[in-house]
Design a protein around this ligand. Structure first.
Ligand code: GCO
Length: 443
């Protein structure tokens, strides 16, 4: 069993300027819910049956109060960067002004990171939409994109000088598809007629925010974070191949192609009219605003077969799987990066999330998560292979710094390289965290 992480000595991932980091998101770790406006995830958690363990984000990892210790912890891992997200309902009032208390909270964190020479990668939207905006239609309302632009404008002025990189959105696929089409994430709206409309408004919000970031914050690296679940056909048959290509366009390229080619995949024309996004005249130009970087989140792949009634059918995840049931298939990571590089003219790439949920056991204050270390090892190798094949990857962030609120799974799934005891809020660095630290310090 493996307890260390390594890379070939020739790997550019061992250069000092390759950025290693850890990532979190506001709703998943902060708590401090009384000190901000409600968001759609508060409402979703309070709706019985939506979250597996009926938990919520009221306390989470109590990072709202423990942030100083948590930055010590991040620093002790020796990382170059920390990816965090700003809670929109914490920093903006309902009337659209900055909330000084919320801004102060993040400024303290960012200043401390700066003191410690840890680069701050800030995500502006990691799914915690203010509830009052949802009450007005949320991402189905085009107006929300302009509200996001106002928020991006004000917060980027307030945080000036403390941020290394801004990502507008984290995983618009999840917000749009899981939130407004499958209905398994907040706000829990279900219907094929909603997903692509929400997606379009999210992408528009991204483009509008890029405009203000470019103006207010020209010296930060500004971009977006997308998640990809590469699609594979179940068999070699032409029908399965067509099903998998369709699913790839529907779930993955739908979010990438507009950014780089200013258009949606051609399957848009096959969608019934009521499922198509409503596109205004300059929208695609706004959405395709040049990016300083693309963030790529990767966890697993999906396998599809032909279906007589639907365009595709997703097959059950194959073995081996992580504790959340996702297949471990690192080859798809290399293939994803090289295929994106072939399809589009890409800016530099950061791997903004990669990691695994494992059934951790804490014994004598130790978590020997060798299964997670193996996951990291095979996926770091996969990134290395992609770089060898010409993909410009400049950094890698482990998801996640610590165990946290895993959305519809509540606190039942642990993704951290640090273990969290939710009763005592004690943090314990897992074997994977120590291996990651060693990999970084041995460069
Ligand atoms: C994501 C999310 C994380 C999840 C992780 C595991 O961006 O998907 O950023 O919030 O916790 O992906 O599901």
């Amino acid at each position: 069993m493996q307890a260390t992480l390594s890379l070939p000595s020739s790997s550019t991932m061992l250069n000092k300027n390759f950025i290693y980091g850890v990532a979190t998101a506001s709703f998943q770790i902060e708590g401090g819910a009384a000190n901000r406006l409600p968001c759609i995830w508060d409402t979703f958690c309070n709706t019985p049956g939506k979250v597996l363990d009926n938990s919520n984000g009221d306390v989470a990892c109590n990072h709202y109060n423990l942030w100083e210790k948590d930055i010590e912890l991040i620093d002790s891992l020796g990382v170059d960067a920390y990816r965090l997200s700003i809670s929109w309902p914490r920093v903006m009032t309902q009337s659209g002004d900055l909330n000084p208390e919320g801004v102060h909270y993040y400024l303290n964190i960012l200043k401390r990171l700066k003191d410690k020479n840890i680069k701050a990668f800030v995500t502006l939207y990691h799914w915690d939409l203010p509830q009052h905006l949802e009450d007005n239609g949320g991402w189905l309302n085009r107006e929300t994109a302009y509200k996001f632009q106002e928020y991006a404008d004000k917060i980027s002025i307030a945080l000036k000088g403390y941020v290394h990189s801004y990502a507008t959105l984290n995983e618009p696929f999840c917000s749009a598809y899981l939130g407004y089409e499958a209905g398994i994430h907040a706000p829990g709206i279900k219907g094929k007629e909603y997903g692509k409309k929400a997606a379009h408004h999210l992408l528009l919000a991204h483009g509008l925010a890029m405009q203000v970031l470019t103006k207010n914050s020209p010296n930060t690296s500004n971009g977006i974070v997308l998640n990809f679940t590469p699609a594979y056909p179940a068999t070699d048959s032409a029908a399965d191949k067509a099903a998998s290509d369709y699913a790839d366009d529907y779930f993955n390229q739908w979010y990438a192609k507009p950014l780089f080619d200013a258009q949606y995949p051609s399957i848009n024309e096959q969608l019934p009219k009521d499922q198509q996004p409503v596109i205004f005249k300059d929208d695609m130009e706004i959405i395709s605003h040049p990016l300083d970087f693309l963030g790529v989140n990767f966890y697993t792949r999906a396998v599809y077969s032909h279906d007589d009634n639907e365009k595709f059918k997703e097959m059950p995840a194959r073995e081996p799987r992580t504790d959340i049931g996702w297949e471990i298939y690192p080859d798809a990571f290399t293939a994803l990066l090289t295929s994106l590089n072939e399809k589009y003219i890409l800016p530099p790439i950061y791997i903004t999330e990669n990691g695994a949920a494992m059934a951790d056991k804490i014994v004598d204050d130790e978590v020997l998560d060798n299964d997670r270390i193996s996951y990291y090892q095979s996926h770091l190798n996969a990134v290395h292979c992609a770089i060898e094949k010409g993909v410009n990857v400049q950094g890698y962030f482990a998801w996640s710094l610590m165990d946290n609120f895993e959305w519809a799974e509540g606190y039942t799934k642990r993704f951290g390289i640090v273990y969290v005891n939710y009763e005592t809020q004690k943090r314990t660095i897992k074997a994977s965290g120590l291996a990651y630290k060693n990999l970084i310090s041995n460069r």
